[in-house]
Write a protein that binds this ligand. Structure first.
Ligand code: SF4
Ligand code: SF4
Length: 481
């Protein structure tokens, strides 16, 4: 049997490596086009693999099969690039397309021939976004696409069955697809400019499923944005200085999901629940119980962790959810400034409790570095990393404040992230990762490159000053009366 090589050592690989391994993918190494990643080690979920340039991998493991780990459309671009570099097409497999079964599809009501090239997007075909004002096809970020079914229509169909709701969504997906391809008119949000829109044969278009393809998230539940915090960087509840209560009965979320899932259990299924403070979401336990009962994994809960949730605890224990918490501070004072709530101690304690009772392999903590330098002191750096040592999450992430991808990241953010990147393995024994934000926070690759270059530029004096700073910090805390 040919040896297996993965292509792409990014975020999607970290998300899926265990699942792919369980499905029989046993790679000998990873190939990545990024020079910064080459000749380093991919390490996640107890799996360690060398990251090599393509030529080196080809030389060491000739006649291997290549499995692309990227999501669409980048996976298709990567395939093209591998072929151009001499890898035979029949040796290249796209993991996003493997292990996926789609329900029977009948698109004969649409005016295209099977070979016609059409514009589409995986998220439009099989994703769902629940926002406070209705159901959207886009599940990547709130309000990017046009709306599929508004709250008024949902309220008018309050007693619709799960199966009929699923049909309504499918029919609206088709209408939306027609508009994208110039066959009718409706508001399309950012879809026409979106990088995830690509051309494909009409015969490959499928509207009846949920999940499938290894996208990052295919269901995004932001049906309510009620939050008890007021983060200075929040794009949703706080920026508009108001909260968005769901304009329809949010049990519709579960009904819509059940409409799809009861027909066919999705092969790849990703759910992000980021309704403001998720622990305050109405019907959260009902939703989580459903996922557990149907053994659906890859449920990502975004919570500020200020409210301890028994539902989240039960799901963490069963290993079906992943908890993502943005801490953004290392002291109670900074936390209060950034989050608008005096909850630092409570948050750290709740996270420690989740990690000891549940499964900290399913926990991730984040640090959003703010442009105004309000959370970039040494105390914040060390306090956050020491909290990470106690919580022991699977991933520790750093990212810049949300911005348009065109705006550059300030030098203070790069410097702080570089110091965190250097000290993270020393204090916690774990590598710091850069949080991918799909164009919201600018280019993650570019950010991580700048940060790693900065770390490279640290001379020995600076490195020992940083290490000494850790010792002094610990001494000052431990020797405090
Ligand atoms: S905004 Fe982009 S990702 Fe979302 S549905 Fe439209 S084309 Fe797809
Ligand atoms: S915890 Fe999240 S939703 Fe709440 S204010 Fe902060 S960033 Fe916004």
């Amino acid at each position: 049997m040919a040896k297996q090589i993965l292509y792409g050592a990014g975020h999607n690989l970290r998300f899926h490596i265990k699942d792919w391994q369980a499905r029989g993918i046993t790679p000998v190494c990873v190939v990545d086009a990024s020079v910064e990643k080459q000749n380093t080690t991919f390490s996640h979920s107890g799996i360690r693999l060398e990251i090599l340039p393509l030529q080196e991998a080809n030389f060491r493991y000739p006649d291997s099969d290549y499995y692309i780990t990227l999501i669409a459309p980048n996976c298709y671009k990567a395939k093209e690039s591998l072929i151009l570099q001499g890898v035979a097409a029949n040796r290249i497999f796209i993991l996003a397309d493997m292990f996926v079964e789609y329900p029977e599809e009948d698109n004969s009501d649409l005016p295209f021939a099977p070979d016609d090239m059409v514009k589409s997007c995986d998220y439009l075909e099989r994703g769902i976004g629940f926002l406070f004002d209705g159901i959207y096809c886009c599940c990547l970020s709130s309000g990017r696409s046009g709306i599929l079914i508004d709250a008024e229509t949902l309220n008018a169909h309050e007693s619709v069955s799960a199966s009929d709701l699923c049909e309504m969504i499918k029919s609206e997906r088709k209408q939306y697809f027609l508009a994208l391809n110039g066959r009718n008119k409706r508001p399309l949000g950012d879809c026409e400019e979106c990088v995830f829109l690509y051309e494909k044969q009409f015969s490959e278009v499928t509207f009846s499923g949920l999940g499938g393809k290894s996208g990052l998230q295919l269901v995004n539940d932001q049906s309510t944005l009620v939050c008890n915090h007021r983060c200075s960087y929040c794009r949703d509840a706080v920026l508009a200085n108001k909260q968005y209560a769901c304009q329809y009965d949010n049990r519709i979320v579960l009904k819509a999901l059940d409409g799809f899932i009861s027909r066919q259990k999705p092969s790849y299924f990703f759910v992000a629940i980021n309704s403001g403070e998720t622990a305050l979401r109405k019907n959260l336990d009902e939703l989580l119980d459903y996922f557990r009962a149907h053994e659906l994994e890859n449920i990502y809960i975004y919570s500020n962790a200020s409210v301890y949730s028994k539902g989240i605890e039960r799901s963490l224990k069963s290993g079906c959810v992943n908890l993502i918490t943005s801490i953004d501070a290392g002291t109670p004072e900074t936390y209060k400034k950034v989050h608008g709530a005096d909850d630092f101690d409570k948050v750290i304690l709740n996270l420690i409790n989740y990690s000891v009772l549940g499964d900290n392999r399913h926990m991730r903590i984040k640090y959003v570095v703010l442009d105004d330098e309000s959370n970039t002191s040494d105390e914040d750096l060390l306090g956050f990393l020491c909290a990470a040592l106690l919580i022991k999450p699977e991933d520790i992430n750093v990212l810049p404040q949300f911005r348009d991808s065109s705006e550059s990241v300030p030098n203070s953010t790069i410097e702080f992230a570089a110091r965190m990147s250097f000290l993270c393995p020393i204090i916690t024994g774990r590598i710091l990762y850069f949080f991918p934000a799909l164009g919201i926070s600018g280019d993650t690759e570019e950010f991580s490159k700048k940060v790693l270059e900065r770390v490279e530029s640290f001379d020995e004096t600076k490195k020992s000053r940083l290490t000494e700073m850790v010792l002094n910090y610990l001494r000052s805390k431990l020797c405090k009366k």
